[in-house]
Design a protein around this ligand. Structure first.
Ligand code: SAH
Length: 374
């Protein structure tokens, strides 16, 4: 539940806190008010997991998974989409754990060492509630992890695992580093490209990774797409996505280039687009510079505006947890102040990526669709 703060700067001398263990939180009368576990992770020092005195048991985890499954009943048995989030962190009242379904396989993200240490308990409770899942993989996202990815239980699926989303096929790799080939939390944005925004438009997809947005746009009737990513590997992964959906590649370009270089290149070649998607990593470092969304997003909007056709659309996305939506919107408005524009739509996390209303930043995804009239 609640993320706890570090009190190490408190004026009075406090005992050093233990790490990676369950603790009872008490009030001034020594009455238990909550049960928590302590384990350092990027967000803080631990998580409250119950508002009573409750051990961290198989039964507690079974209840958490049952609730999570019940709340997602609409997602099961959908013939068009078979990949979604089964359990999301503090949104499902157990911070530090995320489980995503990729067709018949589950991918567990362990965000801290306590959760990873308890993986046997967690997997056993998971299998009680989700016996239909054929196998599981771990993404070890905590400090000191020996490997990024590992097989956890059941069948292995080290080759390509094809998933469906809105009827489109995507190739995922469950045992290859931290990333699987698709960010499932962007499903609704891809869905709107498919059923609305892409039709009849030329599309530029920046930070394209495996070109998932481009494929959705192509399936949605885009005239052409251009996908730009710095990583060489993005080419073969992107090509595979187009081919899997029988899309002729002749109208779809894949470019290995730094986004900022591409702005210059496209300007030189007088290339223009009707729809530009910007979905950068929160933080990236390349040879030339360090990029952070909070500092450099405006440059991305400026670059996109220079390549946008009249009445074009910009899809501006960020998943930076520490960038509040109000600040992100203000930055966009500021970047666009010399233009007539209209905010058409905003996307937050889809309902399977449950967030905790008491913790605003747990709804980390922010995507604005803006029409720029020039
Ligand atoms: N938009 C993607 C996800 C982006 S992941 C999707 O919807 O699936 C971030 C990607 O940005 C990575 O593939 C990384 O290679 C790429 N990247 C990082 N810095 C970049 C830069 N300066 N120019 C272009 N791509 C960059």
């Amino acid at each position: 539940m609640l993320l706890m703060q570090d009190f190490s700067n408190a004026p009075q001398q406090l005992k050093p806190l233990p790490n990676n263990q369950v603790v009872e939180l008490v009030d001034a009368h020594n009455e238990c008010v909550a049960s928590a576990y302590l384990s350092t992770q990027n967000k803080g020092i631990g998580w409250v997991y119950s508002l009573k005195n409750e051990a961290f048991t198989h039964q507690l985890l079974v209840e958490r998974f049952q609730n999570a499954k019940r709340l997602r009943s609409q997602y099961f048995g959908n013939s068009l989409t078979n990949a979604f989030c089964l359990f999301n962190d503090e949104g499902d009242y157990l911070g530090g754990l995320r489980v995503e379904l990729y067709h018949d396989f589950a991918v567990f993200s362990w965000y801290n060492a306590f959760i990873a240490q308890n993986q046997a308990l967690i997997i056993s409770a998971f299998q009680t509630v989700f016996p239909e899942v054929r196998g599981g993989y771990a993404k070890n996202r905590f400090k000191g992890a020996k490997q990024e990815s590992s097989h956890l239980f059941g069948e292995s699926h080290s080759e390509v695992n094809i998933i469906f989303e809105n009827g489109i096929q995507y190739a995922t790799h469950l045992d290859d580093g931290l990333m699987t080939g698709i960010f499932l939390d962007q499903r609704e944005v891809r869905g709107r490209l498919l059923d609305h925004y892409a039709q009849g438009r030329s599309v530029l997809n920046l930070f394209s990774y495996t070109a998932a947005f481009s494929v959705a746009a192509a399936m949605g009737g885009a005239l052409e797409t251009t996908s730009v990513d710095l990583a060489k590997r993005s080419i073969e992964l992107s090509k595979a996505h187009f081919e899997l959906n029988q899309i002729d590649l002749s109208a779809h370009r894949l470019v290995v280039m730094d986004t900022f270089e591409y702005f210059k290149y496209a300007k030189r070649k007088a290339l223009k687009y009707d729809l530009i998607i910007i979905d950068p990593p929160s933080f990236a470092r390349n040879k030339r510079k360090v990029f952070s969304v909070q500092k450099n997003y405006q440059e991305l909007i400026d670059g996109a505006l220079s390549l946008l056709n009249p009445n074009g659309l910009i899809v501006a996305s960020t998943n930076a947890q520490n960038y509040p939506i109000a600040d992100f919107k203000k930055m966009l408005q500021n970047s666009l102040k010399r233009y007539h524009y209209e905010f058409k739509e905003v996307f937050r996390l889809p309902s399977d990526y449950r967030s905790n209303p008491k913790q605003n930043d747990s709804n980390y995804l922010k995507v604005f669709v803006i029409e720029v009239k020039k």
